[in-house]
Design a protein around this ligand. Structure first.
Ligand SMILES: *Cc1c(COP(=O)(O)O)cnc(C)c1O
Length: 434
């Protein structure tokens, strides 16, 4: 009935998630409210871990790309499922450290890590730093030297793959702000340069071709290109790279128009090409990492809102106003993202109208979805937006000084708060008087 397994409908006709009535959750915790189903996240983690076992002999580690949803509870959940972690900022490192995540299982990404972030990573002994450019390589080497450390690094490569996704979330092609280009020789030069630095040790190559990708082909091509590069490095320098990070980007279902592939299919195809290439170049089969973010948490999450108004503009459209908006979900405004909206108070009814769900911010572009099918929305109804577990809370802002919503985790009919709702005092906490 719904794209998300954790959703259902109870006797009152209310939408449920993880066995909890969403209308009751909205009453108990207030709205807007993020809700995430623990069992779904765990099931997703296990599908990655198991698929790595089944198709690659367990010779690798899935890392949770925590930028999708970074908070202590999710980081701890990833750890309890034996995953590693990806971080992209000092704030995400700090979250992971405060959550007690083992630093050696963390990789630190970003195209402009600041000096203080790099120092922080070195001080916490973060497992690997994924170097993005030559400035960073030099800076990192100098900082590591000052601290008397040698740091393991990966190197972000642009494999030159066009992943058929939205322009803003496509990162593997040459015209991208991330990483070293293969075609121009820039990547090879950078690899050679690392050999002249004493305080960095290049053990891994990394690529990430984009996000919300459904085809297997671009992942397989990326695997091939990266293995060819590892072969090339061996040929030119004799040095053998032992680890390969193939990034994330696996697509999820936002609406019934999306058709994700079972993760096993991806892992099987990529394993085959990596193993074949290792044989071809006579190098050990590399230890591999993958970095799912969206696909671990996206479909597990929903957002609940309370409808505060309805404006019917004859022959144009009907606006339904909710008590959140671009401050808690900026993805429609940013990417035109599609979402499924459900009237959670009347979830047993078939949609009978199309409405435009508008946020409460002072921006005309503050919409969650335009002309979307839903059943008879009235003031006071609880509206649910599905598949909001990824890149919603993590992209939230305080625009118009709206406090960020709370998040509850549900499991088998029970709900508990994992992120408190911000208060107005939180919002002015850093303000100083004139
Ligand atoms: C964003 C990102 C990911 C996760 O992407 P998803 O599409 O959420 O799976 C993985 N690796 C890197 C380097 C990223 O930037």
């Amino acid at each position: 009935m719904f794209v998300n397994d954790c959703l259902n409908i109870n006797e009152q006709g209310h939408l449920t998630i993880g066995g909890c009535d969403t209308v009751a959750l909205a009453q108990e915790f207030g709205t807007p409210l993020y809700v995430i189903d623990e069992n779904t996240v765990r099931k997703n983690c296990r599908s990655y871990v198991n698929s790595m076992k089944n198709y690659y002999g367990g010779n690798g580690l899935p890392l949770y790309a925590s930028k999708a949803l970074s908070c202590k509870a999710l980081v701890q959940l990833a750890e309890s499922e034996n995953m590693g972690l990806d971080v992209v900022s000092g704030g995400e490192i700090y979250t992971a450290m405060k959550a007690g995540f083992p630093p050696e299982k963390i990789q630190f990404h970003g195209n402009n890590k600041t000096q203080s972030e790099l120092e922080m990573a070195l001080d916490y002994n973060i497992g690997k730093i994924v170097v993005d450019n030559l400035y960073e390589l030099e800076l990192l080497n100098r900082l590591a030297k000052e601290k008397g450390k040698t740091v393991k690094i990966s190197m972000r490569i642009k494999p030159g793959i066009d992943a058929h996704t939205h322009d803003f979330i496509m990162t593997g092609q040459i015209d991208s702000k991330f990483g070293f280009a293969l075609e121009t020789g820039e990547a090879m030069e950078a690899v050679k340069k690392t050999f002249s630095f004493e305080n960095v040790e290049l053990t891994e190559l990394h690529c990430h071709i984009g996000s919300q990708i459904f085809d297997i082909d671009p992942f397989v091509s990326a695997g091939k290109v990266m293995m060819d590069f590892i072969g090339d490095i061996k040929k030119q320098t004799g040095y053998v790279i032992q680890e390969l990070n193939l990034g994330g980007g696996f697509g999820i279902m936002y609406t019934t128009a999306d058709n994700p592939t079972a993760y096993d299919n991806y892992m099987k195809a990529v394993s085959e090409v990596v193993i074949a290439k290792a044989k071809e170049y006579n190098i050990p089969i590399p230890y591999i990492y993958i970095e799912p973010g969206r696909s671990l948490v996206g479909e597990a999450g929903i957002t609940l809102y309370t409808v505060g108004g309805r404006k019917e503009i004859p022959n144009i459209r009907t606006y339904v106003s909710i008590d959140g908006g671009m401050t808690d979900n900026i993805r429609y405004a940013l990417y035109d993202s599609a979402y499924t909206v459900v009237n959670a108070s009347k979830a047993d009814k078939t949609p009978n109208e199309k409405v435009t769900v508008a946020g409460k911010c002072c921006e005309s572009g503050d919409l969650i979805q335009k002309d979307t099918p839903v059943y008879d929305v009235q003031v006071g109804d609880t509206l649910a937006v599905l598949s909001t577990g990824a890149y919603n809370y993590s992209m939230a802002s305080n625009y118009n000084r709206n406090p960020r919503p709370a998040m509850v985790m549900v499991k088998d009919g029970k709900a508990r708060l994992i992120i408190k709702r911000e208060t107005y005092d939180d919002i002015i906490a850093n303000d100083l008087d004139l």
